[in-house]
Write a new protein. Structure first.
Length: 564
């Protein structure tokens, strides 16, 4: 298994290569166990790599260690490049876009700070299955920690968390309470979050303070909680009044803005911090869309036996959002909170946990130590994931199916089940929904900003299964298994092909043709690029910047040679 420093360097090189950022591949040359990156005619970077033995691997190399050598003037001068300085050197290349240099360096340094902070946290991997069965919250915390360590695969800036990094490792987090006029708050709820988050004594304290501030008008106000880091932002809202009351929520999840509250409840806060290139506010239109998506997903659970057998849904309809704008479309949700209620799972061999934790090799070593057969466990997970999401796709619906949006659990018969959260990212194809006799959800969309929620056809919808489902979710899990000697990437592509082909056989002719032509037989696949979009993104964007590029289809054997 790689140390985090090597993994961080590998994520950088992998992202640059897959995206072919600034024609990166043209300046790379593989020479045995060396990767040479030409910076300019007089300077070259040398990295130690391992090449795959088979041609169907997505990447032509894996970084072996964090050793990087800068060679100057044909080898006459050589010096070691530290991980911290890697972007300083790389962005000095004549081919790196000058306008993005400073931002890339800053994000890289932030990411290293985040990685270092995670590495210095107390290890949580000592919790046994027996202990975890007594406390589902403890087990969930362990797996969230593992998901944090990996974060988004092949994303070198994923660990750049800004001020949210201070929340790492805290067993509890203090939140502030503010009063706002009800007329300024978007919500479908009759009461506020205080009923769920506070005990009777705390609720009484809030009520007394609001009566003191607003007298008879106190009933026109609602108390909302926020992270302490948001004080400077919320204080700028003219109608917001600080109640000088602080309470606690439990440990954070891997997103660093959702917190465990009870065994089956999380509370999620808006934040002005930017992570993965997006400001993590909670616009009310997003939350409205989540409600509409939840209603559609509930209908699909009733419609499809496959969906009903494999999928459970979080209830995320308890939310409150406000901001400097009071129009649903324009409001950015600078101040917002959402209660997320997880479904009951009943008897389980494994309690629910974030699927992203399976990107971590330690998760699989732990499962092996508990007596699970890893090949069987993984094959069932792969089969269920593909079957569930391609069934949803058939109806014209596709969740944002990366590992952070899904939880999984193992029922008492040993079968995997999936729990979906973050419904506001549910993508739809209206024409296919109508073809299937399903009601099209009433999404509220700002058509002046990029939109990927409403897609014109099944092929466009399928691209998000290929990118988020396969490349961002399943592929890193397969690589985690490979890193502990339990698997090989080639097996993954073979098994994935078989799973997709098996589902295709069950589909009507039109849907089967789209699936086979775009996923199984296409020479190229869509690829979700993140480096260039992130470095060129507007800092006020509330959606993660990305773009769809093209890569060779790994289901088709092909050469993976680098350009000389």
């Amino acid at each position: 298994m790689q140390h985090w420093q090597t993994a961080q360097l590998n994520s950088l090189i992998a992202a640059l290569y897959l995206e072919n950022f600034a024609n990166f591949r043209h300046f790379c040359h593989l020479d045995g166990e060396k990767l040479l990156i030409t910076l300019d005619p007089s300077r070259t970077l040398k990295l130690s790599v391992r090449q795959p033995t088979r041609a169907t691997c997505l990447l032509p190399m894996v970084i072996k260690d964090e050793s990087v050598i800068l060679i100057v003037e044909g080898g006459e001068h050589a010096s070691r490049v530290t991980l911290y300085d890697m972007l300083n050197v790389l962005t000095s290349a004549h081919w790196w876009p000058e306008s993005t240099q400073a931002k890339a360096i800053n994000l890289w340094h932030q990411a290293l700070q985040g990685r270092t902070a995670l590495a210095n946290l107390p290890a949580l991997s000592s919790v046994s299955l027996e202990q975890a069965s007594l406390s589902e919250t403890t087990f969930e915390t362990v797996m969230e920690y593992r998901a944090m360590q990996i974060d988004r695969p092949n994303h070198p800036f994923a660990h750049a968390k800004g001020s949210l990094q201070a929340l790492l490792g805290q067993s509890s987090t203090e939140i502030d309470w503010w009063a706002l006029p009800k007329e300024h708050i978007f919500t479908q709820q009759i009461t506020g979050p205080a009923m769920a988050l506070l005990n009777r004594e705390q609720q009484h304290d809030i009520a007394v303070k609001m009566r003191a501030l607003f007298a008879e008008d106190a009933t026109l106000y609602l108390a909302l909680p926020a992270l302490k880091s948001e004080r400077p932002i919320i204080s700028l809202l003219p109608a917001a009044v600080c109640l000088n009351t602080q309470t606690l929520v439990q440990s954070t999840t891997s997103s660093l803005r959702s917190f465990q509250f009870t065994a089956r409840q999380h509370v999620k806060f808006a934040t002005s911090q930017t992570t993965l290139g997006a400001k993590r506010t909670m616009p009310p239109r997003y939350l409205h869309n989540g409600d509409a998506a939840y209603q559609l997903l509930q209908a699909l659970v009733l419609r499809s036996a496959v969906v009903a057998d494999l999928l459970q849904l979080c209830d995320e309809r308890a939310w409150w959002s406000t901001g400097s704008e009071h129009n649903l479309i324009a409001c950015q949700g600078e101040f917002a909170v959402q209660m997320r209620s997880f479904p009951a799972t009943g008897l389980a061999k494994l309690p629910r946990f974030t699927m992203a934790a399976l990107n971590h090799p330690q998760s699989w070593l732990w499962l092996k130590a508990q007596g699970f057969s890893l090949p069987a466990l993984w094959m069932q997970l792969l089969t269920g994931f593909v079957q569930l999401h391609l069934t949803l796709w058939q109806y014209g619906v596709l969740p944002e199916c990366h590992g952070q949006n899904l939880q999984v659990w193992l029922d008492d018969s040993g079968s995997w089940r999936f729990i979906l959260r973050d419904h506001d990212t549910l993508r739809i194809c209206p024409t296919q929904l109508q073809h299937q006799g399903m009601e099209v959800p009433d999404y509220k969309i700002n058509w002046h900003t990029p939109n990927t929620l409403v897609l014109p056809d099944l092929a466009a919808l399928l691209a998000y299964f290929t990118t988020l489902g396969v490349q961002v979710n399943l592929y890193p899990i397969a690589k985690a298994l490979e890193s502990i000697g339990e698997y090989h990437e080639t097996q993954f592509w073979q098994q994935l092909r078989e799973c997709v082909a098996n589902v295709a056989k069950t589909l009507p002719t039109e849907e089967r043709t789209v699936l086979e032509s775009n996923l199984l037989h296409a020479q190229e696949w869509p690829f979700k690029a993140i480096i260039a979009p992130l470095l060129h993104a507007n800092e006020s964007a509330t959606g993660m910047p990305s773009a769809l590029y093209r890569i060779d289809n790994p289901l088709i054997a092909h050469s993976k040679e680098l350009y000389a």
